[in-house]
Design a protein around this ligand. Structure first.
Ligand code: NAD
Length: 485
């Protein structure tokens, strides 16, 4: 076991619980699967219920604490994310597979998220309204939701928890956090960090185990809201369960993100943006570029240059200097990508580039660029790996129609120097995140983030100063002076 890996344990009511009623899980390193990272206890529905009870018990004291006191704990957490960034990054690379640079970026942005949400908590989001009744004041007040369930995926195992935990805690909620099973020990390291920063017993509870344990937590009537990032089927199931019992739900799900390259585009920018957007983090970003739409004659040169760039990518162990693309998170994830690629080939897609330098290993998959038609299943279904397809259209209208022809609406990008096209993109692309002359991936922690259509539904936005909206109830108070004494 690497020295950086903490002892696997649930955190329930301030206690580290190393025994799991459902046995023991093993965390694997996708670059070196024969060298397990460590073990962790597997919880079940009873573990989830214990954690919810702890969160219920801690609720009143935490919400009564002043916002200043809660902010100070978040600021301390931010300092610890900075101090421990190297260790967190190494553990992230070891469990998830991404490069050390990518992992370190996550740790740094997590620190920034906690710092930002600590500051936002000190600014009033209440409003005061004029009133027809003399002497009466109308104002909105915000109350914490109560107990919040936080369910996170493995692909941004430091940053996505930070996006959710920081505003949830700042607003006075207590939390039960169920992280993905592929990155359990990193979650334990983050829970330790928050515990060390001063988050009181029961305010943050961590439970490790299978999806079914998350399902039990979601179904628990005492959980007032659930914020979930992950796949569409799981998210939709959670939405149905939580809304049926009048709970609040926030979903960040999959994407099938288009990148339109117009004829007037700067090709250097477009090639770097499209390849980086498609292949970065081994294509395991919800915002990854899945379809590149080339408008008119630019198609052939764009395809050639993208193919050369894909072939030149350095694929390997994320710990090694110079690696640009790591392995996929698991052999199961690799099998899913391989199956989708085989289906695409069977449907007539042409593989124009397959990275030949990709190492052998159960989790490695060669970055692959396809040329084909929009009817391919790979152009409709999210394939969570280093695979993208270049499509050709003749006119702008066709490009916008094709870009929006998807059940998803997470991110989209355009490469052009034409202001009219930029204006059209900003207004017509059906995506929560629109990038101009930049990849579909990447966002800033102080700006709202979220998707449309099946990518998020009608969920409140994450990040930025809008993050508080999901984690609080707004009440409108009409206040008249009483009878004078
Ligand atoms: P997943 O849906 O398999 O798992 C996500 C989390 O849900 C995990 O913690 C898992 O254990 C838990 N879970 C599984 N079944 C559950 C159930 N029945 N009840 C409650 N919890 C359950 O997703 P994943 O494979 O971890 O992540 C990849 C997916 O996440 C991709 O589809 C990707 O697009 C999406 N994603 C979206 C965003 C976004 O912001 N929109 C960001 C990152 C990832």
């Amino acid at each position: 076991m690497p020295s950086i890996a903490p002892t696997g344990a649930h955190l329930i009511g301030g206690d580290w619980v190393t025994e799991g009623p459902a046995g023991t899980g093993v965390s694997l390193d996708p670059a070196r699967p024969d060298d397990p990272v460590g073990e962790y206890p597997l919880g079940d529905a009873g573990t989830a219920a214990d954690a919810v009870s702890a969160a219920v018990n801690a609720r009143s004291a935490w919400r009564s604490l002043s916002f200043g006191a809660r902010s100070r704990i978040l600021e301390q957490a931010a300092r610890l994310f900075d101090e421990r960034a190297d260790d967190l990054a190494l553990l992230c690379t070891v469990e998830e597979g991404k490069t050390l640079a990518e992992s370190r970026g996550e740790a740094t942005l997590a620190a920034e998220t906690f710092r930002y949400q600590a500051a936002i908590a000190k600014m009033s989001s209440e409003r005061i309204f004029p009133n027809n009744v003399p002497g009466e004041t109308i104002r909105t007040v915000r109350a914490p939701l109560g107990v919040v369930g936080v369910i996170t995926p493995w692909n941004f195992p430091i940053l996505i928890p930070a996006w959710k935990l920081a505003p949830a805690l700042a607003a006075g909620n207590t939390v039960v956090w169920k992280p993905a099973s592929d990155t359990p020990l990193l979650s334990v390291a983050i829970a330790h960090l928050l515990h060390d920063a001063g988050v009181p017993a029961g305010v943050l509870n961590l439970i490790l185990g299978p999806g079914s344990m998350g399902g039990a937590m979601v179904a628990d009537e005492r959980v007032d809201g659930v914020t979930f990032t992950g796949s569409v089927p799981v998210g939709q199931r959670i939405r149905d369960v939580v809304t049926a019992r009048n709970g609040r739900v926030q979903l960040e799900l999959g994407g099938h993100n288009p990148c339109i390259v117009f004829e007037d585009a700067d090709l250097d920018l477009a090639v770097a943006g499209a390849v980086g957007g498609a292949m970065g983090a081994t294509g395991q970003k919800c915002t990854a570029t899945r379809r590149v739409i080339a408008v008119g004659d630019i198609h052939d040169e764009l395809l050639d240059r993208m193919a050369s760039a894909v072939e030149a990518l350095r694929v390997g162990d994320g710990r090694e200097e110079g690696t640009e693309i790591g392995p996929l998170v698991s052999s199961g994830a690799r099998a899913e990508v391989a199956e989708a690629v085989d289906a695409a080939l069977g449907e007539g897609a042409e593989a124009v580039a397959v990275n030949a330098g990709t190492p052998d290993g159960p989790c490695y998959y060669a970055p692959t660029l396809f040329s084909g038609s929009p009817d391919l299943s790979i152009c409709r279904d999210e394939v969570f790996g280093p695979v993208s397809t270049v499509l050709r259209v003749d006119a702008d209208d066709e490009a916008f129609t094709l870009a929006n022809d998807t059940e998803f609406g997470l991110s989209a990008s355009v490469f052009t120097n034409d202001l009219w096209r930029i204006d059209r993109a900003v207004h017509e692309l059906e995506a929560g995140l629109i990038k101009v002359n930049a990849p579909t991936t990447g966002s800033e922690i102080h700006a709202p983030f979220g998707g449309e259509k099946n990518s998020s539904g009608h969920a409140a936005r994450e990040q930025g100063d809008t993050a508080v909206d999901f984690f609080t109830r707004t009440r409108t108070a009409y206040i008249r002076p009483g009878t004078s004494r």
